[in-house]
Design a protein around this ligand. Structure first.
Ligand code: BJW
Length: 299
């Protein structure tokens, strides 16, 4: 780590009163979960159009449920790492006005003890289930059951097995499944109709949760003053609207710190209000945030 960059960053960190963390899949890599893009990412072998869009679910909900059954299983088997713990400590400091905007659906930030009042899971959660019927607004949070139905039993292990043979997990759907074998909405069932549940994640082309977006807007536009610093952690910044938060903070005069294994040399030097820290976010965050949060122990 460049010492001068670290010193300049930490000087600004200590003065910062309003801080945002924008989190992506890179934060969970050292917990054993893959990213989406790049050579070892999910989208290398999986086609996102077939798996992470409303059309994909409409065409073959059994295929999509097998994918998310595996994702739920992997996320449950993973543990929060020191990067998650560092952000959790920051979120519980009384003197710092801080929010985490996470694009991750793995639940690891919540499980790390992050203050739930200032954690925004803007792409939803693998552990939220929603009814697919337009007539029904059933939604269930924190459902950690695995497998969700008897027919989904074993599919998560098939995926796990194939992912061990390759740097990027490989997609091999395990079985054809009927709607009746997929998670059912209990409300629709009790009224005599059959509707399946879907994962409570935000697929491409779908709206993000409005309440969360409004609360983030309130934080960014607060009368308490501009955001001093945004920590951009393990994200490729390719997905809207998450990627727009960086520019919004910069336009207010806030500084940017990037934590990523893949980073431009020019960004490491700390020019134009941007500091770059190249490496594993799980290792970097405890070190760079240490002046505010103290020591982060091994989980
Ligand atoms: C490390 C590391 C280590 C590795 N340490 N770093 C053209 C056509 C169609 C649509 C659009 C279009 N142009 C724009 C759009 C909108 C679209 C979009 O942005 N598309 C782009 C891809 C072009 N966005 C949407 O559709 C969104 N909805 C929307 O805009 O609705 C309108 C609306 C907005 C606001 C209010 C109301 C309405 C929805 C986007 C939903 C994204 N969903 C997914 C799937 C979630 C479910 C699931 O998990 O299966 O979310 S896609 C996927 O990408 C996932 C992620 O959260 C998201 C971001 O990925 P992330 O986290 O950045 O991961 P990677 O893999 O890209 O990057 C990892 C990074 O980590 C890399 O940089 C590595 O180097 C680094 N790394 N190891 C630190 N150890």
């Amino acid at each position: 780590m460049n010492k001068q960059t670290l010193a300049e960053f930490q000087e600004h960190l200590k003065k910062s009163r309003r801080i945002v963390a924008l989190v992506g899949a890179g934060l969970s890599v050292s917990s054993g979960l893959p990213t989406f893009r790049g050579a070892e990412g999910l989208w290398k072998n999986f086609n996102m159009i077939d798996l992470a869009t409303p059309d994909a679910f409409y065409i073959d909900p059994g295929l999509v449920w097998q994918f998310y059954s595996w994702r739920r299983y992997s996320a449950l088997a993973a543990k929060p790492n020191r990067g998650h713990l560092a952000l959790a400590k920051l979120s519980n400091l009384p003197q710092t006005n801080f929010i985490t905007i996470t694009q991750n659906v793995d639940g690891l930030s919540a499980r790390s003890g992050h203050n739930s009042d200032n954690l925004y899971e803007i792409h939803g959660s693998l552990f939220t289930l929603k009814c697919t019927s337009f007539m029904c607004n059933y939604i269930e949070y924190n459902n950690f059951k695995a497998p969700l139905t008897p027919a989904l039993r074993g599919t998560e292990h098939e995926f796990l097995k194939s992912s061990l043979d390759s740097e990027s997990p490989e997609f091999s759907p395990v079985k054809q499944m009927k709607d009746s074998e997929l998670p059912q909405c209990p409300v629709c069932k009790s009224s005599g109709t059959q509707s399946i549940l879907r994962p409570g994640v935000v697929w491409f082309g779908e709206s993000l949760p409005m309440q969360e977006l409004n609360e983030i807007d309130d934080f960014l536009e607060s009368e308490e003053g501009p955001v001093d610093l945004i920590l951009v952690i393990g994200t490729s910044g390719t997905v809207y609207p998450a990627n727009s938060y960086v520019d919004r903070v910069r336009l207010q005069g806030g500084k940017v710190a990037i934590f990523n294994t893949d980073i431009d040399e020019s960004e490491i030097e700390g020019k134009d209000g941007v500091w770059g820290f190249k490496g594993d976010a799980a290792e970097l965050l405890p070190v760079v945030l240490e002046p505010l949060i103290g020591e982060v122990k091994q989980p």
